[in-house]
Design a protein. Structure first.
Length: 275
């Protein structure tokens, strides 16, 4: 859908907020745009990305689904939707999205109906596509997501590593690389990828949460606590509170557990001098 000048400026402002790592402001901007223009696919797409980065997959999926099939950003939306379904362990839905993306962007490489596609069929189709500078990142991303679906994190990591080599400023790709490295029992290597993501987008909640988990796995409990607290300063999250509780127990900060159970952030921030 074509935006007016004001709507286009709002989209640009929201994208700038994402680049600055201010996801809450970006979400507010895109929500305002879709309230005023519910048919604005671009705003729905970026709203979905923001929710995805904020560990809120349910709202991300809702936003992605509002992008119409005739919108210019629909193909990218399908990849975003596949990633969200993967994060929610809805592997069949993620596979269907990848199949729809292939049929939309590379018609002719597969003949099967999307409902009957297997991981092997999709992988063969993805590998058969001639690579260009324009499409290689998306193909590597598709292969990475597919490898995660079929539980081959080592293979997924190689695809995301190839993707970030082509697009080193894409903080979401760095986070995906970190996640696949972590799932491959390479927590030390994942830390570098998460930190790269955060250097590009300091407000990226999912990457910071993942970094906190990696720190816990490496027994760097204090650093993990600090990352979880930073996440909670940005957004309340049951998953982060749970991870924080575990980290505090591992550090034997038992006196803070009452505040955790009450979701009272201020006294914990005060204790760690993070106010």
């Amino acid at each position: 859908m074509t935006l007016g000048a004001e709507g286009g400026r709002d989209i640009d402002a929201g994208i700038e907020m994402i680049k600055q790592g201010d996801l809450l402001s970006a979400i507010a901007i895109f929500e305002r745009v879709v309230r005023e223009d519910p048919g604005c696919g671009e705003a729905w797409y970026f709203l979905g990305l923001c929710h995805q980065q904020s560990e809120n997959e349910e709202q991300a999926i809702h936003a992605f689904k509002r992008v119409s099939t005739d919108d210019m950003c629909y193909p990218s939306t399908l990849l975003g939707l596949a990633a969200s379904y993967l994060n929610e362990n809805k592997h069949n839905s993620a596979t269907l999205c990848l199949g729809s993306w292939l049929q939309r962007c590379h018609p002719g490489v597969i003949n099967n109906e999307t409902s009957s596609m297997s991981g092997a069929v999709l992988r063969e189709a993805l590998l058969s596509i001639p690579r260009t500078q324009h499409n290689d990142v998306e193909i590597q991303t598709g292969l990475g997501i597919l490898s995660c679906i079929v539980e081959e994190p080592h293979v997924a990591a190689e695809h995301f590593r190839a993707a970030v080599a082509i697009s080193p400023q894409d903080f979401m790709l760095w986070n995906r690389l970190g996640a696949t490295l972590a799932n491959s029992d390479q927590s030390s290597a994942s830390v570098e990828a998460y930190r790269r993501a955060l250097s590009l987008s300091p407000g990226y909640i999912r990457a910071r949460y993942n970094l906190g988990i990696a720190c816990i796995n490496l027994k760097a409990y204090r650093e993990g606590i600090e990352h979880f607290l930073q996440c909670l300063k940005q957004q309340d999250s049951a998953a982060v509170w749970q991870a924080l509780r575990l980290a505090l127990c591992l550090e034997r900060h038992y006196t803070l557990l009452e505040a955790v159970d009450a979701h009272s952030l201020a006294p914990i921030l005060h204790y760690f001098h993070m106010q």
